[in-house]
Design a protein around this ligand. Sequence first.
Ligand SMILES: [Zn+2]
Length: 253
Amino acid sequence: MSTEIHIIRCLKDNYAFLIADQQTRRATLIDAPEAAPVLAKLAREKLDLGAVLLTHHHWDHVDGLAAILQAHPAPVYGNSKDAARLPALDHAFDPGDTLLDGTCHVLDAPGHTIGHVAFHFPALKALFTADSLMTHGCGRLFEGTAADMFTAIAQFDTLPGDTRIFAGHDYAKANLDFAARFAPDPEALSARQKELPRLAEQGLPTTGTTLASERLVNPYLRTHLPQVAEAAGRAGASPLDVFAEIRSQKDNA
Ligand SMILES: [Zn+2]
């Protein structure tokens, strides 16, 4: 595989991603939280920009776009549903579309915002989830309902276990502390509790965990399990009700 995924730390705790073709030196940018770190990575890796994909309209995912495009003009892709509040789009897509010569599948992922999408690159076994499914957690429900986010995450959960999840923020530590309340797999929890401080010490990203590993600790992927329902105080409730309960406990944590 001649494709490399670069994880770029932006702002306080955001991530942007460059999917770089090693031969052509062209890269696809996922989200544009901040220009300087993205421009620095493009320069260091001698990459040019082929496309920019936007997951949602929040400022901390788009504010760097203008300055990035000034240096590296490239077509911008975003959800047609959110065209009015996203930066100017060259390609408005709909969830379910495939982009970039069929390499990228757009998955509907509302909940955090109405028009939030995720980008799945099957050949790379990579899913860019931004503020929907996150490392050991999920995003806040600003616009959609718990059912929206539940459905989006259930859809992700049908992907192969070796799919890597690339989230839009580094909330892994806080999410793992919270996840520990909901009967995670004890071995997976303790391994990750040891690993996160080491990653922080070395300045390494926390995102890029596999779906299989998230299934062991991420409560939002485990709402069908009786021990998780019980830990949430909702024994016997439906997975959706358990999901909504956990998300609301996180809002008040
Ligand atoms: Zn957001």
